[in-house]
Design a protein around this ligand. Structure first.
Ligand SMILES: C[S@@+](CC[C@H](N)C(=O)[O-])C[C@H]1O[C@@H](n2cnc3c(N)ncnc32)[C@H](O)[C@@H]1O
Length: 198
C-alpha cells in the first residue's frame, strides 16, 4: 500500500525523468538512484532508456517496495538493489555515468559526506542531479496543489535538514567539490537541486 504522499507525487516522476533525459541526453550506462524509496525516480528513468539501474536505499522495507514496483514493470534494463548509506557507497571510484537522488538529501545525517561520496563514484564526464522538487515540467496547477508537502514533512520529521538555495550553496562550498551548480524548478532564487559534473 502506497502512502498518500507518494500517491500524490506519482505524476511527477515521469516529468522529472523526461527533464533529465532532455538535459543530459542519457541512453545507456550506469545510473544510481540514491535514497530511491519505492523506486519511482529510477523506474521512470529506466522505462525510457537502456540505463543499468542501481536502486539504493538504507531502508530495507523501502528497497523491498522498490523491488516489487520494478518487478511489476517488467523492464528490460539490468537492475540491482543495494542496501547502503550514501555516506559509504559500496562502489569503486569512477563507477557511475549518472546519479540521481530526489527527496532524500534532506534526510542524510552527513550531507557533505554524501555529496562527496557521489562525486567519488561518478565517472569522469558523469553527472549527478541531487535534491528535491517537482522538476520544471510539472504544470503550475499541480505545483500549486503539491505545495505545502515540504511543510508537512518538516512538521513530521523535526530533524530533517531541508535546504533552500542558500543552504545548497553552503553545502557545495563545504563539500569543496568542483563542477557544481544549482538548478531551479521555478526560476531564480528557488533552486532545489545540485547538479554535479565531474
Ligand atoms: C522521502 S524518500 C524519497 C524517495 C524517492 N527518492 C522519491 O523521490 O520518491 C527519502 C528516502 O531516502 C532514504 N534515505 C535517507 N537517508 C539516507 C541515506 N543516508 N542513505 C541512503 N538513503 C537514505 C530513506 O530511507 C527514504 O527511502
Amino acid at each position: 500500500m502506497l502512502s498518500e504522499g507518494f500517491l500524490k507525487l506519482l505524476p511527477v516522476y515521469p516529468l522529472i525523468a523526461q527533464q533529465i533525459i532532455d538535459d543530459y541526453h542519457l541512453d545507456s550506462g550506469i545510473c544510481i538512484d540514491i535514497g530511491t524509496g519505492p523506486g519511482y525516480m529510477g523506474l521512470e528513468l529506466a522505462k525510457i532508456t537502456n540505463l543499468e539501474m542501481y536502486f539504493l536505499d538504507l531502508d530495507k522495507k523501502s528497497l523491498q517496495k522498490a523491488k516489487e514496483n520494478v518487478a511489476a514493470c517488467e523492464l528490460d534494463n539490468t537492475v540491482h538493489f543495494i542496501e547502503a548509506d550514501v555516506s559509504a557507497l559500496p562502489f569503486e571510484d569512477n563507477f557511475a555515468d549518472f546519479v540521481v537522488s530526489r527527496g532524500s538529501l534532506w534526510f542524510w545525517k552527513d550531507q557533505v559526506k554524501g555529496v562527496q561520496e557521489i562525486y567519488r563514484v561518478l565517472k569522469k564526464g558523469g553527472i549527478a542531479f541531487i535534491g528535491g522538487g517537482l522538476g520544471r515540467y510539472t504544470p503550475a496547477t499541480m505545483r500549486e496543489r503539491l505545495k505545502g508537502r515540504r511543510r508537512l514533512v518538516q512538521e513530521k520529521h523535526k530533524d530533517v535538514k531541508f535546504l533552500d538555495e542558500s543552504g545548497l550553496r553552503e553545502l557545495i562550498k563545504e563539500s569543496g567539490l568542483p563542477g557544481c551548480r544549482i538548478v531551479s524548478d521555478e526560476g531564480e532564487g528557488a533552486g532545489t537541486w545540485i547538479e554535479i559534473r565531474k
